[in-house]
Each structure stands twice: as C-alpha cells, then as structure tokens.
Design a protein around this ligand. Structure first.
Ligand code: SAM
Length: 289
C-alpha cells in the first residue's frame, strides 16, 4: 500500500473488496494479504470458511457474517465501522465478491454514503475459465447460475440461442449433466462448448468440443459430476454481427440441387460455421420439398 493511500485510509473509512483464491491458496495476491492484515473488520460470506484463510495467513480479525440472507441487515454495521474511520475488507468464500456472491448491497450503500470503495483484484472462476478455453473473448455474456429446474433452465437457454457473444455460466456438480443435456437440446449437438472443472485445483480438467461430445465425455468420466464447473458456449454464428455472413439457407438450397444431401450440408457447415447435423436436417427437408 502506498503512503498516500495509507494516509487517505487513515483519514476516513475504506471498504476494500478483496478477491480470494478459487482453489489454490497461492493465488491470493500480496496486496490482498496486506489489506487483510490491515483490516479492522472482515465482512465474510462464511466466517468459519474465511476464518481458516485468515488463520492460514497468521491473522486474527473481528469478523462479520454477511451473506445473501442477512446482507441488508448488516449494512448499518459496515457503514458504522466506515464512519469510525475503520478499514473493512469484504470477502466471499471464493473468488471475487459480488460475482455470483454477496456484496452488492453493501458496496452500493457504502458508495452511496460517500465512502471510498476499492477493489483488490484476484481470482475469478469465469475469467480463469475464459482465459484458457480457446473460445472468443472479444465479447462474452456471463449469466451466473441458470434456473435449477429444467423448464426454467431451457427457457433461459432459448433466450441465449442467437446471442453472438460467448456464453458463460456457473453450475454445481449435481446439475452439470442436466445442464449439458439442455444445451444439446436447445443449441444442437454441434455447438462448441468448453467446461472448466476444478480450476486451479489438483483435478483441474477442461472438456471441450461439440456439445453432444462434451456431454458424453462428462457421462463417461467417473469424476465427471464432481467439483465446480464453469460452462462456456460458443456464440451463435448466424446471429447479426457474428463471423458468418453467408446466406446459409440459400446456399444449401442451391447445393442440394447439385450434390448429395450430406455433402451439401458439410460444405455449408464449413463456410457458415453452422452445425452439420442441423444443416443436414434442413437439407433433407429441402430435398423432400
Ligand atoms: N465469486 C466466485 C468467482 O469469482 O468466481 C464465484 C462464486 S459462485 C457462488 C461459485 C461457482 O463458481 C461454482 O458453483 C462454480 O460454478 C464456479 N467456480 C468457483 N470456483 C471454481 C473452480 N475452482 N473451478 C470451476 N468453477 C469454479
């Protein structure tokens, strides 16, 4: 921490939003360690969980439980600490607070009350997953956890079907297979997907390929439904602004006049980026018209 930063911290309260590791403890930044060491109060999603992290760092700090079910009620306690000139560190169980984690109300209220709020960046599962997935990252759409029930989940996925940006979701181990079944049903078996599992941990695994193959790999892997997952789906290539600019339907209609259906579908898939199976079905329909 610079001396000017320390001076302003001492002059008035400061809320630090501190990212913690998503698996590998070595990913805690030096700055995060310094801020936790200086904090007068650590507001944590789970005080026992974050208490272990503090213990690992050789720190003992007053802690305040701040989770989804009590966040609004805890705001006054955080604001009181800040008005007393204290340094408050906000942490969640893993990764960056507020990213599918509590903290939004406290951060908003602290800013609204005129206190300084500063991020201490670090691990975040969605960024870690995207950085190594090999999918386009110029545009991505992160939508956190999808609805837990199948009907709601499929309808949410339908809404993303033509989205050109890479889609990113979080999913728990006991729903990952159901989610991938829905991805195949909604986006087709050919849509490219990458799953990042147990990132930064001993059993880190990436499953990559066509949606149907990723689902099969997951089902065949004895560890497939264990651990934490980031699900990434390549954006739609037939949406406006996406790479494909060919009129796939017109090209397919022309080619099925001259070529066998399978060959026509393969050529159009190659030039348009659309799924082979989907185009094969369309070609069959055109042929029978
Ligand atoms: N705030 C966290 C972040 O910055 O990524 C996310 C918290 S959210 C409650 C937990 C979800 O994040 C998990 O269900 C999983 O989808 C994802 N996640 C967290 N750690 C992960 C890891 N090591 N590998 C893969 N996914 C992870």
């Amino acid at each position: 921490m610079s001396s000017s930063e320390r001076a302003s911290v001492n002059a008035s309260g400061m809320l630090y939003v501190v990212a913690t590791p998503i698996g590998n403890l070595d990913d805690l930044s030096e700055r995060a360690r310094q801020v936790l060491a200086k904090a007068d109060l650590v507001a944590a999603e789970d005080t026992r969980h974050s208490g272990r992290l503090l213990q690992h760092l050789g720190l003992s700090k007053p802690m305040l439980a701040l989770h989804d079910h009590n966040e609004r009620g805890r705001v006054s306690r955080v604001l009181e600490a800040l008005s007393n000139g204290q340094i408050v560190a906000l942490v969640s169980d893993a990764g960056t607070p507020l990213i599918s984690d509590p903290g939004y109300i406290v951060v908003r209220e602290a800013r609204g009350a005129g206190f300084k709020v500063s991020p201490i960046p670090g691990a975040c599962a969605l960024v870690a997953a995207l950085s190594a997935a090999g999918l386009p990252t110029d545009q991505f759409l992160f939508a956190g956890f999808l609805p837990a029930k199948r009907v709601g989940r499929r309808s949410a996925l339908e809404g993303f079907r033509s989205q050109p940006a890479t889609l990113v979701f979080y999913e728990s181990p006991h729903r990952i297979t159901d989610l991938m079944e829905d991805v195949v049903a909604v986006f087709g078996s050919d849509r490219e997907c990458v799953l990042g599992r147990e990132l930064t941990k001993a059993f880190e695994t990436f499953y990559a390929g066509a949606a149907a193959d990723v689902l099969t790999n997951l089902q065949e892997d004895p560890h497939g439904s264990r651990g934490e997952f980031v699900v990434m789906i390549r954006g739609s290539s037939d949406a406006p602004g996406a790479e494909a600019s060919v009129d796939a339907d017109r090209l397919l209609a022309l080619l099925v006049e001259e070529l066998p259906v399978k060959k026509a579908a393969r050529i159009v898939a190659e030039v348009s980026g659309l799924g082979k199976n989907e185009l094969y079905q369309r070609a069959l329909a055109l042929k029978s018209d």
